[in-house]
Design a protein around this ligand. Structure first.
Ligand SMILES: *Cc1c(COP(=O)(O)O)cnc(C)c1O
Length: 473
């Protein structure tokens, strides 16, 4: 049902979003508006705590359910499917625990991410380790735990060989290939270009034969992995990457005369719409496209692993920051807020690739209306480019208002950049409190100034000056 928060008009478009079966829309926007107001009312946000990250627990659960439903609808009954959330998109233990409860595992790519997944209680059987730089110790730990590992390159496979000779492991093991199908609109996030650093570059001379032989020589290699892309990659290119991976698995099994590869890991990378509250593309659209583009993928002959990150979390997070000062420069209004490069690093450094929607709220956390005014929404960091949005038309932001950066649940506020020693903001999850209000739960405490000092060598204050005076050590 479409409901209106006080002070917030329902537009014709919003009603349509709620009525035509598209995902997201007005329900999500209403929940966000209610949460911002409740955060101000309950004192999570205010002059003394001028920035928070908010996570929509309802939205996260819906996304997990959409993902499971989308693939359940296309795979043959009984097909083993593991949806492993790419932890790098939201490396927060309570988020991983929530996703685990919703039937989603973890894809980890560093010792830290593995530790987070374990702290969240995600079992090894629902964890996948991918990383281009796994050390021998990481590989040993993963194999001892029974975590699935995708080898990135021949040298890594040598290390796994050595470990497999000295011990047995329950780990499902595979090789990551780069189908080299090309990149998308964001170079830095295009994993399947000719020269990408990830996986075995399949179209390079001799590479395909090497991969086939690697499987022939190692009956314990039972998986094949590719992650073709991320934000900025067209769905058709993602599907092409999966198609090439599937064709390679078929070729290997055929040439080996056995069904050695039993599971395909198709990676993540579903792009996110940062332009409105609508979720598009949807998991259902992608799953259907895969079914059409790669007949056989869902036949039940292969188990499936997916590794979605951004698409599960992005639209369920909001950074809300207080407008400390509102000024004007060169005729343009500038709202100086507490959210900038430290929480929106990609947007600040690459604004054309990563534009974020900004919502304006008044000092009580109510959606602001009023005529649109072209203005800059600036962050607190001491360099000129620290802008959340430049020349954006919004109701005029005034001192004591709040500016919210929308769709920041993945790769934003959980990815703090310590410029100017700005503190990591607190992160709170919100859900209905059961009596018409909003309840919050701490996901991550705000970083304290004492923690900043401790993490910045506070315990070693005299180390360098002592080094210069060895006799006084
Ligand atoms: C980053 C990454 C993902 C997740 O990508 P999203 O664009 O966040 O869905 C999945 N698999 C691998 C190997 C990755 O590196």
């Amino acid at each position: 049902m479409v409901t209106s928060a006080p002070g917030h008009e329902i537009t014709g478009e919003a009603v349509e979003n709620g009525m035509d079966g598209r995902v997201g829309g007005q329900g999500r926007a209403d929940r966000r508006d209610e949460a911002v107001r409740a955060a101000v009312e309950q004192g999570l946000l205010g002059p003394g705590t001028p920035i928070v990250g908010l996570l929509d627990v309802t939205g996260i659960r819906e996304a997990a359910s959409e993902l499971r439903t989308a693939f359940d609808a296309v795979v043959a009954p009984g097909t083993p499917v593991l949806h492993a959330f790419a932890v790098k998109a939201s490396p927060l233990v309570p988020v991983l625990r929530l996703l685990h409860r919703e039937g989603i595992g973890a894809e980890v790519a560093s010792p830290g991410e593995l530790a987070l997944a374990r702290a969240a209680g995600i079992p090894p059987s629902r964890t996948v380790l991918d990383s281009p730089a796994k050390t021998p110790a990481e590989l040993r730990e993963a194999l001892a735990l029974g975590i699935a590992v995708n080898a990135d390159n021949p040298q890594e496979l040598d290390r796994i060989d050595a470990l497999m000779r000295s011990a047995t492991s329950r780990s499902p093991l595979g090789i990551r290939v780069n189908p080299q199908v090309g990149g998308g609109s964001i170079e830095a996030l295009s994993t399947a270009t000719a020269t990408s650093k990830f996986g075995v570059a399949l179209r390079d001379e001799g590479a395909r034969e090497w991969v086939v032989r690697a499987y022939a020589d190692r009956p314990w290699l039972t998986r094949l992995h590719a992650h073709t892309g991320s934000q900025g990659i067209p769905l058709s290119l993602m599907a092409q990457g999966v198609a090439e991976t599937y064709a390679l698995a078929e070729e290997i099994n055929r040439r080996l005369g056995r069904r050695q590869i039993d599971t395909l890991d198709i990676g993540g990378g579903l792009p996110v719409n940062f332009g409105s509250d609508e979720t598009t593309p949807t998991y259902a659209q992608y799953a259907r496209l895969l079914g059409e583009a790669v007949p056989g993928l869902f036949s039940g002959r292969y188990g499936l692993v997916t590794e979605f990150g951004r698409s599960l979390l992005a639209k369920h997070g909001t950074v809300v920051a207080r407008v400390e000062y509102a000024k004007s420069a060169g005729g343009r209004p500038v709202a100086v807020t507490h959210a900038g490069v430290q929480v929106a690093t990609r947007t600040v450094y690459a604004p054309s690739a990563w534009p974020l929607r900004i919502a304006a709220y008044d000092g009580k956390g109510r959606p602001k209306d009023g005529p649109g005014v072209v203005q800059d929404v600036a962050g607190p960091a001491c360099f000129a480019g620290d802008l959340l949005a430049e020349g954006r038309t919004l109701p005029l932001l005034e001192q004591g208002d709040y500016a919210a950066a929308l769709d920041t649940g993945a790769y934003y506020f959980a990815h703090h950049y310590a410029y100017n020693s700005l503190a990591r903001p607190g992160i709170y999850g919100f859900a209905p409190d059961g009596s018409g209000g909003v309840a919050f739960a701490t996901v991550r405490e705000p970083q304290s100034v004492d923690e900043i000092v401790a993490e910045s060598g506070g315990a070693h204050a005299g180390s360098l000056t002592t080094l210069l005076a060895p006799d006084r050590r």
